[in-house]
Design a protein. Sequence first.
Length: 121
Amino acid sequence: MPKILLTTAGPGRPKGLQNKLTVSVREAIEHAFDELGGTSYLVHVGRNDPRTFCALLSKLLPTKLANADGSPLLAALTELTDAQLEARTARALADAQRLGISAAPAPVIEVQAETVKPEAE
């Protein structure tokens, strides 16, 4: 015979109601944001540490992007030629630089590959 467990637990948290800890952490983050300067702080971070700013921004962006016609964005990008991708990348970098949110260009290190022959035993 199956055991029947009797509990006095309630129905639980209503659907859509956030956990108290989540709410208090979010409020603490908002308070810290205000204390640090709000929007001006984000502008400062964006200009001085673009990597951190982009990491934060990535948390806010939708995970699935679509073109205006509803088709997946990834499919459209995979159909572009290398030249088209390079042109789009160059435009995006120029826009970021014009807006003052791009990092300083990294130094370019030019190397030349050489064939290595295994040593004779």
